[in-house]
Structures are given as structure tokens and as C-alpha cells.
Design a protein around this ligand. Sequence first.
Ligand code: ADP
Length: 481
Amino acid sequence: MKVLSVASEAVPLAKTGGLADVVGALPAALKPLGVAMRVLLPGYPAVIGAARKAKKLRQYAELFGGPASIVGFEAAGLDLLVLDAPHLYDRPGGPYGPAGGGDWPDNWRRYAALGNAAADIAAGALGVWRPDVLHAHDWQAAMAPAYLRYGPAEGRVPSVMTVHNLAFQGQFAASIFPELGLPAEAMALDGVEYYGGVGFLKAGLQSASAITTVSPTYAQEIRTPAFGMGLDGLLNLRAADVFGVTNGIDVEVWNPAADTALASTFTPATLRKRETNRRAVEERFGISETDGPLACVISRLTWQKGMDLLSAEFDRLIGAGLRLAILGSGDTALQGALLAAAARHRGRAGVVIGYDEGLSHLMQGGCDAILVPSRFEPCGLTQLYGLRYGCVPVVARTGGLADTVIDANEAALSLGVATGIVFAPDSGEALVDAARRTAILFADRKAWTAMQKQGMRCDVSWERSAAKYANLYNALVTKGT
Ligand code: ADP
């Protein structure tokens, strides 16, 4: 089984979010299942810079405004195909815009080109290698299934469209349509047309053979008006082709028994060694008080993540008995509000603004709980790291959070299967109530330790998720286009 994975980011070459983790981890997870996955990425400077012994596999005299080529090489354990198009990708800054923020104005062209090249490869343009399935991730790759669908029938292979976050859709003005090189009939309700403009993700969802998203609950939620972001109608029409596959994590990178970012490594049998890490976190965040559970937050500071609720309820969370260590960056108003709140509770709460991978490991390895009060969460990774590190997840009941944490209700506690605390999303009251439950459970050392160990037993690796993708590819190939 040969699969072409198409995306705008992959660890460790380009990353702005969880998408990159998934795209970077899937090939290795699929390999033992007989799936050979090549990853098509845009030729950003960091990607081109990683090229060793690159082979030019396809040349375009002109692709969306300039010459381009597809080159193949291996880097960071990935079998890469790279769209080298300097006029589109050879720029400083992030993948999507300049260093100061914002988007490149020609992103539609940059990612239409990516989709176009992907469909070209799927149709056999490389000669030597042609995939059996094309797998596109998020709006940046979503034009690939559309180009396949409107291309020559003999060039079609089955395609999968994966949604990592429906909030990002790639919507553009109708005026770009003539430049996409699609037949006129594609500018229609069942094509790329979206609210009078062109919708890249919409086009992918409409054109792909199957649609997946990164947890079963989010797969249900996106079919409702509250979570569908305007696409719930389409997703309902395609309900039979929509699947949820929960993300895994890299259990080598996130391994408490061998994590060099920790002050002390530990296993379920040596959980007491976490205390060394807890002390290091307390020191880093200026937390001197020692009573009550030390809860952490590691997050983008945004409305989606419920960080406004955290800020609004800060005093009551402390009142409920929590100590709080917060690492995050994002919305400047939220940054200020959280810093001010922590200053009101000096010695009991601390905030570090910034992105710090090493500190995030230490917090997972030292804090008692991780708080994730998201309003929506396609999958979520921090609760999975929490499970693996004995940092008990306290999460809103939404998306992947609902799928991966077992609430410590009476039944779950009596059976010994509880792994965390789950509360109603989008409610300050429910968040504070969850904090109270956390403090009460924490005081019962035996129950708390049992919950930590149960969490650490959860399989959060890619193994099961990869098998689901492999089954889906096989089913699509059997069914044909
Ligand atoms: P999203 O992709 O929506 O931001 P996820 O939970 O899927 O949310 O993934 C977030 C990733 O980014 C996790 O790996 C988390 O540890 C990491 N992260 C978020 N904020 C920070 C931060 N300030 N410092 C370090 N890591 C962070």
C-alpha cells in the first residue's frame, strides 16, 4: 500500500501546531502495517535546507506564477517529496505569513499549487512512484482531492481528507477561481464554491472519498451547527463517509522514564520521584505554598482553549484549593489578565508567557494535574501527555478530551478505571466545581495515586490509530474511485 500524505507542516521541519506532530508521526506508525507513506511538503527554506542527495523527479516550466520542481529525499526519518517553488515558498517568517504575524496575501496560490502538485503525483506524474491513496491534511492540502476529482478519470485514486481543526478553512474571494485552472463546473455548490467565494477545505470535504477528523466525538460534533463552522450541512450529507481517528503521541519523545527535560525521571513504580520535578516547577513559577494540588495549564492563550474562563474564575479556582502554574502565549489581553491574576495570588500561582518545550515536559512530570478547559478540542495533546506522565487531566467534556479521559465518578472509582476529571465545557461554574473535585480527590492519596497509575497504563501511542488509517486506506482501495 503506497500513500501520499500532503500537508503544510511536519515535525521536525515545519511546525505551528498539532497538525505537524500527526503528519510527522504517521509514516513510522504505518510502516509496520505495510503502508509506505511519502509526505509532500512545500519547499520552505527549512525544508529545502534539510535536503540531502535530493533527486529532481518532476519539472514545471510554470506552476502558479513561476518555475517549480518536485524533489525527493529523506530527512528526519521521513520519505519526502518537496514542491520546490521559490516564488511561492522561499520566504522568511513562518509557513503562512511574515514573522510579525498575519498571512501571506497569496496563500491561496501557495496552497493551490501544493494541491495541484499532489494530484499530479497521484495521477502518475513521477512515473516511478504512484500512490494507491492520497491523504490530505487541513485546508492547505484540501485542493488536492478537488484537483483529482476534476482531473482526467484515469488519473484518479481514492483520497482521504483529514480535518485537524475546522476553524481554519482557507476561504478566498471568487476572483481567484479563474486562476485555479479548474473547469467552470467546479465553481458550484457541490464543488469549490463556498458562500459566494472559494473554500479550500470545503472543496476537499466535497471531493475526497472519505473524511476523517482527529477524534470520534469531534467527528460527531462537527455535524452540529454549534461546532460545524458553516460546514455542518455538508458534513451531514457526507455522514456515511466521516470517521474519527484519535491522535496518538510520540511515546519516545514523551517518556517519563527517559526524559532529559525532567529533574528526575520516573515510572509508575517510582512515582514519588515526581516530587523532585514538582519542586523544580514550584521554583520556576515562584510558588512557595505547598498545600493542595499543583495544577498546570500548557496552552495557546485563546478563546477556543477556554483561557478567558480560566482568567475569569482564577480567584475561585485558587479558593477551591488549587495551586496554579500556567505556561502559554497568545492573546495579549489574556496574557495580561492571567499575569495580573497570578500577581493577586503570589506564592500560590505563577504564569510564564512564552513557548517553552522543555518547561512543558517538566510541568507534565511534576504537576499533579493538567487543566484543559477548551470550548472545542478536535483531539488535544496535552491531556495525552498528562496521562503518560501521571499528571491527572482535568478536562472539558468535548472532542478528543471526552474520548481520552475517564471521569472519576463513583462507578469508575470503584472499578479502578478513572483516569481524570471531566466537566461540562463553556461554564465557569463547572470549571470551579471540577477544581473542588480535584482538591477533594487529591486529599485521598490512595485514590489519587491509583488514578495516576491508571492513566499511565493507557495506550496513548500511535499504534491503534495507525491501524485505523491503514484499514481505511485498504477499504478505499477495495472500493475504488
Ligand atoms: P493546539 O494544536 O490546538 O494548540 P494541542 O493540544 O493539540 O492544541 O497541541 C498543542 C501542543 O503545543 C502540545 O504539544 C502542547 O504541549 C504545546 N504547547 C502549547 N503551548 C505551549 C507553550 N506555551 N509552551 C510549550 N508547549 C506548548
